[in-house]
Design a protein around this ligand. Structure first.
Ligand code: URP
Ligand code: ZN
Ligand code: ZN
Ligand code: ZN
Length: 483
């Protein structure tokens, strides 16, 4: 059975043109005028774009004494409702747990996904087993490794471990990723705030100022440079971190930054809300920042110094947030956003003139597909690519509300925001999962996307490292020893 998307305008990262799209067997079979098929989807007045890819989710993740509330079923349902057709989740070994063990756990959970998915592997401790299993993980199609420079005493790794792991990533042709915050300083600031009686969610923001993120970002960039590995900095939230990334890129380093839709559109004022629940629901790391930081992130997307917009979807219910009622350090860190990323970015980016439609596609889909080496299977409207498509209606509006969202949690950090620009249809490998507002997701439809190691950037970096590696000077005769 074939489906044709008719009368739409195709928008990719570099082109805008009118054509129909024929989908057969889960892939794009033809693109051109006047195509026919068994089923017709009318895209009049709409843009036909690659489905969104959210490279940063935490579905059913064990964290801070609990599990994030959205699993692969509700999480991918939320994704598809908002035009996202692939998620990349973090497989997270507990300290001491093997990587392959953690991977098996993640494969178990993701069987419920209704759109395609991949994983990054987190390196939460260091030892021979981790070193060895990293190769096996790459062999199974997981070619990106995330390191936490924060969460001291839990997930954090130190600089020597970072360097060792980055070197291993370089040797395996993988991508190094970091959560960049100085975990030692955050721990000190948090303890001091608590001792001084600052126990509410506003203290979370005070405990993680932009400087700690800027410092860690610079440090990670230096370590990646020494190791000869490309670096992806997750949830870049402030000018200090953006400045480090911008400078590194201008120096020719292969570094990418990922702002979140939350940091682009919500600010630190949320933590000073008189309602404890309101403030705690927005506790995440790094915290929301001030207006000047938001302007910096938008400018980064416009100029190309920042590459990808993600969500870090890690949703906790109000009840879970209340674990930290008397101690802000116990509030589970994380916010949701999977369903809202694309409409919010369209509304505040394309709708305001800060982004072109093509830039929107680049930062929501194509750039990350290239960085993670799954392009053009994903992130493209090309013959042979997976039919992960969103038919985007720029006139469709809604008010974001927890009452009508797909996520399992009882609130939405964007509650009350009016968005203009929503999916008319979302298609995952040819299956129509969203049909004009009606959710038709199929649990278990999602497939794991294996990725190959050694993309071009890694090959270029290792060629350069090899060319410039230290070599001993060959000398004809050594002077006589003084002894
Ligand atoms: O607060 C956050 N970001 N929670 C999810 C885990 C992480 O640090 O990415
Ligand atoms: Zn993080
Ligand atoms: Zn508010
Ligand atoms: Zn995260």
């Amino acid at each position: 059975m074939s489906t044709v998307i008719r009368n739409g305008t195709i928008v990719t990262a570099d082109l805008t043109y009118r054509a129909d799209v024929l989908v057969e067997g889960g892939v794009i079979a033809a693109i051109g005028p006047g195509l026919g098929g068994d089923e017709v989807l009318d895209a009049s007045g709409c843009y036909v774009m690659p489905g969104g890819i959210d490279p940063h989710t935490h579905l059913e993740m064990p964290f801070m004494g609990t599990y994030s509330a959205d699993d692969f079923e509700s999480g991918t349902r939320a994704a598809l409702a908002g035009g996202t057709t692939m998620v990349v989740d973090f497989a997270l070994p507990a300290p001491g747990q093997g990587l392959l063990d953690a991977l098996a756990m993640w494969h178990n959970k993701s069987g419920r996904a209704s759109c395609d998915y991949s994983y990054h592997m987190a390196v939460t401790w260091w030892g021979e087993q981790v070193f060895d299993e990293m190769a096996a993980v790459v062999g199974q199609g997981i070619t990106s490794f995330k390191h936490f420079m924060a969460y001291k005493g839990a997930l954090m790794v130190n600089d020597d471990e970072l360097y060792a792991s980055f070197r291993r990533c370089a040797d395996l042709g993988a991508l190094a990723m970091v959560h960049a915050e100085n975990g030692d300083v955050v721990a000190e600031l948090s303890a001091r705030l608590l001792a001084e009686g600052n126990r509410g969610p506003e203290a979370h923001a005070y405990s993680r100022p932009p400087q700690v993120e800027g410092e860690a970002t610079n440090r990670a960039i230096m370590i990646a440079d020494m190791a000869g590995v490309p670096l992806y900095v997750v949830h870049t939230s402030c000018e200090e971190a953006h400045e480090a990334i911008r400078r590194a890129r201008m120096q020719g380093k292969r570094v990418w930054g990922e702002p979140l839709i939350q940091h682009l559109t919500l600010d630190e004022g949320e933590y000073f809300h008189p309602d404890w629940d309101h403030a705690a629901r927005r506790v995440m790391s790094p915290p929301f920042r001030g207006k000047s930081h938001q302007d910096s992130l938008w400018a980064g997307l416009q100029s190309g110094s920042l590459s990808v917009v993600a969500t870090d979807h890690c949703a906790f219910t109000t009840e879970q947030k209340r674990f930290g009622i008397n101690d802000f350090t116990k509030i589970p860190n994380g916010t949701g956003g999977l369903e809202d990323r694309m409409p919010m970015l369209w509304t505040h980016g394309v709708g305001t003139g800060r982004l072109t439609m093509n830039e929107f596609v680049a930062v929501t889909s194509t750039n990350i597909a290239k960085i993670l080496n799954c392009y053009p299977k994903k992130g493209a409207v090309l013959v042979g690519a997976d039919a992960d498509l969103v038919v985007w209606d720029p006139e469709k509006t809604k008010v974001i509300s927890a009452g009508s969202q797909q996520s399992e949690i009882d609130y939405n950090v964007f509650e009350g925001q009016v968005v203009k620009g929503l999916p008319r249809y979302t298609m995952t490998r040819g299956q129509v999962a969203v049909m004009d507002g009606e959710i038709r997701t199929q649990e278990g439809h999602g497939r794991f996307v294996a990725r190959e190691a050694r993309p071009a950037v890694n090959r270029a970096l290792s060629a350069w490292k090899e060319l410039t590696a230290p070599r001993p000077v060959v000398r004809s005769g050594l002077p006589a020893s003084g002894v």
